[in-house]
Structure formats: structure tokens, C-alpha cells
Ligand binder design. Structure first.
Ligand SMILES: [Mn+2]
Length: 307
């Protein structure tokens, strides 16, 4: 399959309202400084940077009924959903620069609605160290960036589950999670109960990234909208130190490149989140630069002599 020649809209979402560590709010600018927009343009992609969406400040308060900053999380996600929906309706590929991972609720809600309207099937690749399948009842922290997959699947507060109309917006069967290696005990039970398709690090170690991606991409065709939600903490902290929830034992450089190249080989993504880049924890913008490098591969830049 050749790459979809779709025009791209990049937009930033400068907030860490769903995170337990401050600093992901600086992610969009770090990704721009690392040359994300120019890298896409140099691939021949028609790319527009719409700047940053706006939202409330981070009040940095303890959880209320199991959620931290729920009102602010809802406001930011609504802004993300509206921006994503407008770009999808215009036939463009939204690339959302977070921000923390709670913002994927807004982007994927927009994508799911778009798919319903267009009669398209949806596949979500969730690249992450964490399953992000917590609920208010089982969350150890109340940080909503640990809950977006559960909320999208209908487990969460009404304000998030029904953000874009009657939820749930997606089903666990739409999701493939790759790189998982940190799941809270109760979350583990919930993930099993809902039958989430998880390619954890042990599975990647045992069968290799090539087979993992073949399985995760199986069944995708021209009628499938592919959304990639890329949390940079999927990468090993030794190569991607600039993120708030580092977990040892992540993807190495070659595995991550192969993952992105195989997505490109399958036709590329139709929408993309790049989240949890935290410049306050980074070293000379290394993590943002690596993320840009990987996004280039997702857009078909081969590291080898194949084209
Ligand atoms: Mn995440």
C-alpha cells in the first residue's frame, strides 16, 4: 500500500492538566523546536501549523471523587475534539502535539465520530508503557492521563464518556496496545475483563516487533481509519528521558523505527497524537528530536536503502 497523500494539520495542546508531573505543557513547542513541521514538509507533505488551542490553567489540586482537574480536562479535550473534527471534515490529517495523554480522548472522540459519519472502520494503535485503562474507582492517583482508553470505551465520567455525544465512542476491539509494561493491579483485572488486545514488552521480546506489527495491523484496509496515539514513554528511558512517567524496559531505537516504518508500509496513519514530551525532564530536547525522527518514519522515511 502506498502512503496516503493527505494534507496534514499540526496543532499544539499546551497542558499537563491530566498528568502527575508538570511540564508536558511545554511539549508542543519542544516538538516544533525539534523541527517537526519542517520534517514533514521535507517529506513532501502539505503541512499547516495552526498553532496552539487554548484552555484553562492547571490548578494543581488533589483528586475530587477520584479525578484530578476533571473540569479542566473536559475543557481541554473539548477544544482538541473541535480542532480535530474540523480538520478531519476538511479532509486533512490532524496531528495533535500534547500535552499529556488525557488529550487523546478529544482526538479519538473526533475520529470515532468521523468514522461513524463516513462509514469507516476504526483502528487505534496505542503506543504506550501504560494501558491507560484506569477508572476513578481504581486509580491510585486520580490523574486522568491514566484513564483515556477506559473513558473512550465507556468507563468514566459522563462528561468524558459523552464528550462528543452518546458514548462509548470506541470498543476495546478497535484498540491495539503496544509496548505496555506498567499496569496497576486493579487495572490489570479490568483490562482482562474487557478483552483489550495488548502487545506487552514480554510479547515483543518473545516474538519480535515484526510479528507484533503484522498482528496489530492485520485487517486494515482502504476503509479503515488508522489512528496512532504515540506516548513517548513507550520508548526506553535511556533514549527518551524527557517524559513524566518513565518505565524501564521500553522500546529501543530499532524497534521503534521498525514499528513506525511498518505503519507507513501499511499505508500510514490518518490521525496522530504525539504526547507526554516533557522538556523539563529532558536533556537538550533529545526526546522531542527522537519523536520527530520517529514521526518521519511514520510518514515513510526509511532508515534503510529501500527506496
Ligand atoms: Mn499514555
Amino acid at each position: 500500500m502506498s502512503l496516503k497523500p493527505k494534507p496534514v494539520t499540526v496543532f499544539g495542546v499546551p497542558t499537563d492538566v491530566g498528568a502527575g508531573t508538570r511540564g508536558a505543557s511545554m511539549g508542543p513547542e519542544a516538538l516544533r523546536v525539534a523541527g517537526l513541521v519542517e520534517a514533514l514538509a521535507s517529506r513532501g507533505v502539505e503541512v499547516a501549523d495552526r498553532g496552539d488551542v487554548a484552555g484553562p490553567r492547571n490548578p494543581w489540586m488533589p483528586p475530587v471523587e477520584g479525578y484530578r482537574h476533571l473540569d479542566e480536562v473536559v475543557a481541554w479535550n473539548r477544544a482538541v475534539m473541535e480542532m480535530s473534527a474540523a480538520e478531519l471534515a476538511a479532509g486533512r490529517m490532524p496531528v495533535m502535539l500534547g500535552g499529556d495523554h488525557c488529550l487523546a480522548m478529544g482526538s479519538i472522540t473526533a475520529v470515532a465520530r468521523h468514522c461513524r459519519a463516513q462509514g469507516k472502520r476504526l483502528r487505534v494503535l496505542w503506543l504506550d508503557a501504560h494501558a491507560d485503562f484506569n477508572t476513578s474507582a481504581i486509580t491510585p492517583s486520580g490523574n486522568v492521563h491514566g484513564m483515556p482508553v477506559a473513558c473512550l470505551c465507556g468507563l468514566g465520567p459522563d462528561a468524558l464518556v459523552n464528550l462528543g455525544g452518546q458514548g462509548p465512542m470506541i470498543s476495546p476491539a478497535d484498540v491495539r496496545q503496544i509496548g505496555i509494561r506498567s499496569v496497576d493491579p486493579e487495572e490489570k483485572r479490568l483490562v482482562r475483563e474487557h478483552g483489550l488486545d495488548i502487545y506487552d514488552m514480554r510479547y515483543i521480546d518473545e516474538v519480535g516487533m515484526k510479528q507484533v506489527m503484522e498482528e496489530a495491523l492485520a485487517g486494515i484496509d482502504a476503509d479503515t481509519h488508522l489512528h496512532v496515539s504515540f506516548d513517548v514513554d513507550v520508548l526506553d528511558p535511556s533514549i527518551a528521558p524527557g517524559t513524566g512517567t518513565r518505565v524501564p524496559g521500553g522500546l529501543d531505537y530499532r524497534e521503534a523505527q521498525l514499528m513506525m516504518e511498518m505503519i507507513a508500509d501499511a499505508g500510514g496513519a490518518d490521525s496522530l497524537d504525539v504526547v507526554e514530551v516533557n522538556p523539563a525532564l529532558d536533556k537538550r530536547n533529545r526526546t522531542a528530536r527522537l519523536a520527530v525522527d520517529l514521526v518521519e518514519s511514520l510518514f515513510g522515511k526509511s532508515t534503510l536503502m529501500r527506496d
